[in-house]
Design a protein around this ligand. Structure first.
Ligand code: ASP
Length: 440
């Protein structure tokens, strides 16, 4: 069985980071396949290679001199090559790229060179083969990955080169053109490769020791989550916990491959393990009722009042159709007898509120409509909450004791999360209260 190890931008940012990766790879002989991002920030005000490449392309487009950007990019790769005494011919690589830059270079191609060059250097350094993602990650023209074709290509490539480094973030279209995933997409490459080789584990190496139980900007030194399910991860990510690219979960989830989030700068920490619902590993971890807390600010509730509206068949549907027309993603629909509200993110309403209101008044025959913004949602996630009586009572009690008014309440059907809506002003205090009550 093999492990697929994906290293994010900060993990490949310079030669020192490359050395840490070599130690990690050589400490476990199952780490046969390495997927890399392009170099990220080495320090706070540094730039990501990918951002510089996008910037370079913008300069080309507007015919502004970009030599200084290319020089900055080149120096990053040269530092790695020279410090590690690598044999890769960077002059040749950059000459080819620069030649293409003079003649209509496609943006996706140029930006993909960040991952491409990192993988070339890494393969050289580890003594692994280089497999170009364009030959194994096959997109369809609709932007989706053709998993059948991709799987065949990956299996053939890995059969030939069992120990390999693969650049993340890109693949190719049927006509051979390079196509990128969305930002942060190297996570997806790693997950797809793990699926195709039926890996025992998908390791995602980054610069934090796994997923934390709450946002460290709100809770000082929050505890680390040891293990959670894919569904819990989805809930936490949706509500603001920024860990993995959301599209990276599905390929490993369907193949029942656990994800291990690890820290390149602290490999002795076991990180966070993400597993499927039925995993026996979860059995050992029943002590925590709450797995994590996440939250998002700035939602607007639009409330509709009309006598007997709850008996008016289709009233909610008609209103929601208008929200759909304006491309608004509805978060919640709390209902009463003579009223219901629709909650959306405040940002998404920008520039649309007036027309939306007019349409609803005309089409749905509702006159009394009120906007209420400044709402935050806080999601309390935990598989161990399901079918356990009294948890919501304790949450509401703790929040109430702190004098915080709860504006909305909802629970997912699988009972793995409870979401409460509070005023933006109470966002931090609510998270602190719940963390202190259940986790600290
Ligand atoms: N380098 C790309 C980005 O910055 C992809 C990745 O790192 O996953 O978005």
């Amino acid at each position: 069985m093999i492990k697929v190890a994906k290293f994010g931008g900060s993990s490949v940012a310079d030669s020192n980071q490359f050395k840490k990766i070599k130690n990690i790879i050589s400490s476990d002989e199952k780490r046969h396949i390495v997927v890399v991002s392009a170099g990220g920030k080495r320090f706070k005000d540094d730039n990501k290679i990918t951002d510089l490449l996008y910037l370079c392309h913008a300069h080309i487009k507007y015919k502004v001199n970009y030599d200084w950007i290319m020089a900055t990019i080149e120096s990053r790769y040269r530092e790695i090559k020279n410090s590690l005494n690598l044999s890769i011919d960077l002059d040749k690589e950059f000459d080819e790229i620069k030649k293409l830059m003079k003649s209509n270079i496609p943006e996706d191609f140029l930006v993909s060179r960040g991952e491409y060059l990192t993988a070339k250097l890494m393969a050289d350094y580890l003594g692994y083969s280089f497999i170009d993602a364009k030959d194994i990650i096959h997109f369809q023209y609709d932007g989706k990955v053709n998993m059948k074709k991709t799987k065949e290509a990956i299996i053939t490539a890995i059969d030939k080169c069992p120990k390999a480094v693969i650049p993340g973030f890109y693949g190719s279209l049927p006509n051979g053109d390079i196509k990128l995933f969305s930002r942060g997409g190297s996570d997806i490459t790693g997950s797809i490769v793990a699926n195709c080789v039926d890996a025992e584990l998908y390791e995602n190496w980054t610069d934090v020791s796994g997923i934390l139980m709450a946002d460290p900007n709100i809770i000082k030194n929050p505890k680390q989550i040891e293990i959670l399910t894919y569904n819990e991860l989805r809930e936490l990510s949706y509500m603001g916990a920024d860990v993995l690219h959301t599209d990276a979960v599905y390929p490993v989830k369907i193949a029942n491959i656990p994800i291990n989030i690890r820290n390149t700068n602290c490999p002795e920490n076991n990180g966070t393990l993400i597993v499927n619902e039925g995993s026996e590993l979860l059995e050992e971890n029943k002590k925590n009722i709450i797995t994590g807390i996440a939250g998002r600010k700035d939602f607007t509730s639009i409330s509709f009042y009309k006598d007997g509206i709850s008996n008016e068949i289709g009233a909610i549907k008609r209103v929601l159709e208008i929200f759909e027309k304006y491309g608004l993603n509805v978060e919640q629909v709390p209902t009463g007898v003579d009223t219901f509200s629709v909650v959306v993110s405040t940002k998404s309403l920008n520039g649309k509120a007036f027309e939306l209101l007019t349409d609803i008044k005309n089409y749905c025959n509702i006159e009394n409509i009120k906007f209420n913004d400044g709402i935050s949602f806080i999601s309390i996630v935990g598989r161990n909450m399901a079918k356990t009586p009294g948890i919501s009572g304790k949450i509401f009690g703790a929040v109430g004791d702190m004098g915080i008014n709860i504006k909305t309440i909802s629970q997912s059907p699988d009972e793995i999360n409870i979401i409460i809506g509070v005023d933006n002003n109470n966002f931090k205090k609510t998270i602190e209260t719940i963390y202190n009550k259940f986790i600290a």
